[in-house]
Design a protein. Structure first.
Length: 395
C-alpha cells in the first residue's frame, strides 16, 4: 500500500537535478528572451524567414529553442532525451510535431510516422504511449461538414473513409504492440466526429485493457458531463475508458468563432471554472479507477498535488500503469521531477521532427511562455532561484 507522503513541488534541487550549470545558463537566456513579447514575435518571424531563404540557422535553433523543447529531428535522434529522462524515472511520449500540408500524401506520411512511434514504443517501458492528432491524418474541413450533418460528395466520402481507416489502423497497431495510444482533442466544431471515431476504437480495443485514450479539454463548460456520459456508455458496452485530461488549447479561437457565428461559447466563463471542473474530473476518474485509466496532462501545481492526494486516499499503487502525470518536455520540471522522485508515474511529451517543420510548434510554446505586462514567467522564476541556490550552496 502507498504510504502517506508530503510532496513538495518546490524542491529545486530535485527539479533541476538533470541540468548542469551550463544548461541552466542556457535556459536562463531562452526564458529571458521569451519574457519579451516583442522579442518572441520578432524571433519567430526571423527564424521562419531564415528557413525560407535557406539561411543556415538550424544549428542555432538546435542549441536554443529547438534543443530545449524538442527531443530531436527523428525518433532515433530523440533516444538521448528518452535515456536522460529515464535516468530520473520519467517516461517519454514521442510526439511527432510536424503539421501536415493538407493533402493525401502528407496524411499518409504522417500515418506511417505515427506507426513508427508505435513500433518504437512496443516493449519499451520508457515509452508507454504513442500519440496523434486526427487532423494530421485527414481533412478537417470534411469533419466539419460531417459534424454539421452536410452531405459529402464522392471524393469527400472517399477521403473521410481513408481518415477513419488511418485512425483505426493506428489504434489497432497500438493494440497489437501492447502499447497505449492517446488521441489529442481539437476544435469543438469537429470534435464530435473525432469522439465518435475514438469511442468506436475503444469499443474494439479496450475490452480487456485500456489501449485507446480520448482527450477531454476541461476549459469547455460541457466537458465534465461529456466525460461522465462517455464512461456511462463505456460501462454499458463493456469496455474501458481511457481519459487524458487537459485544460485546453484553443480558447481564443473558440471564443472568436462563437462570437462571429452567434452561438454560445463552449469555453468556461473564467479560469476558476476550468480549474474546478479539471479537479472534479480527476476525482471522477479516480472514483471510477479500474473502469477508467487516467493521464493527467497538467502544468498546474495544485491539480497535480490534488491527484497525488486522490491516489493515496484511494490506496492506489503510485506505480499502477493506469494513472499517469504528464507534462511537456522543457516545461514544469519542478512538477515532473518531484513527482517522479516521489514514486509516481510521470511521462513527458517529447516533440520531434525536422527543425524547420516544427517551427509552428515552437512558436506556440514561445507564445505560451511569454510574460504578461513584463512579469517573469513561472519557468523563468524557478530557473533564477535555482541559479541563486547553487551560488549560495557553492560559497
Amino acid at each position: 500500500m502507498p504510504t502517506k507522503t508530503k510532496i513538495s513541488l518546490e524542491n529545486l534541487e530535485v527539479a533541476f537535478a538533470s541540468k548542469s550549470d551550463a544548461d541552466l545558463r542556457k535556459m536562463y537566456l531562452i526564458f529571458a528572451t521569451m519574457n519579451s513579447n516583442t522579442a518572441v514575435k520578432m524571433g519567430i518571424k526571423m527564424a521562419n524567414l531564415a528557413f525560407k531563404i535557406k539561411f543556415p540557422i538550424k544549428g542555432l535553433m538546435k542549441s536554443t529553442m529547438f534543443g530545449h523543447f524538442c527531443g530531436g529531428e527523428s525518433i532515433e535522434d530523440s533516444q538521448q532525451t528518452v535515456d536522460e529522462l529515464a535516468a530520473f524515472n520519467i517516461k517519454t511520449i514521442l510526439d511527432y510535431s510536424v503539421e501536415g500540408e493538407g493533402n493525401e500524401v502528407s496524411y499518409e506520411a504522417t500515418y506511417k510516422e505515427i506507426l513508427r512511434t508505435i513500433e518504437r514504443s512496443a516493449g519499451d517501458d520508457n515509452i508507454p504511449f504513442a500519440v496523434f492528432k486526427v487532423t494530421g491524418l485527414g481533412d478537417y474541413k470534411i469533419m466539419i461538414k460531417v459534424q454539421e450533418g452536410k452531405m459529402l460528395n464522392n471524393a469527400e466520402r472517399a477521403s473521410f473513409d481513408k481518415l477513419k481507416a488511418r485512425v483505426d489502423g493506428l489504434c489497432q497497431a497500438a493494440a497489437e504492440a501492447n502499447t497505449r495510444i492517446l488521441i489529442d482533442a481539437e476544435e469543438s466544431w469537429f470534435q464530435d466526429v473525432i469522439d465518435q471515431m475514438v469511442y468506436e476504437a475503444m469499443e474494439k480495443y479496450n475490452q480487456k485493457d485500456c489501449i485507446v485514450y480520448n482527450t477531454y479539454q476541461m476549459y469547455r463548460h460541457d466537458m465534465l458531463q461529456r466525460l461522465k456520459d462517455a464512461n456511462e456508455v463505456a460501462e454499458s458496452k463493456g469496455y474501458k475508458l481511457g481519459a487524458k485530461l487537459v485544460r485546453g488549447a484553443y480558447m481564443e479561437k473558440e471564443r472568436e468563432r462563437a462570437k462571429v457565428k452567434g452561438y454560445r461559447s463552449p469555453i468556461q466563463p473564467d479560469k476558476a471554472s476550468s480549474d474546478r471542473d479539471y479537479d472534479a474530473a480527476l476525482a471522477f476518474c479516480i472514483e471510477n479507477f479500474g473502469q477508467i485509466s487516467l493521464v493527467s496532462g497538467s502544468h498546474n501545481e495544485r491539480s497535480n498535488i490534488y491527484l497525488t492526494e486522490l491516489i493515496e486516499k484511494k490506496q492506489i499503487n503510485p506505480k499502477d500503469e493506469n494513472v499517469y502525470f504528464a507534462q511537456l518536455y522543457g516545461m514544469s520540471d519542478n512538477i515532473s521531477y518531484n513527482l517522479a522522485n516521489a514514486g509516481f508515474n510521470v511521462v513527458k511529451y517529447v516533440p520531434y521532427g525536422p527543425v524547420e517543420k516544427v517551427m509552428p510548434y515552437l512558436g506556440r510554446r514561445a507564445e505560451e511562455n511569454t510574460s504578461v505586462a513584463g512579469q517573469s514567467s513561472r519557468e523563468f522564476d524557478l530557473i533564477k532561484k535555482e541559479i541563486a541556490r547553487r551560488r549560495n550552496f557553492n560559497k
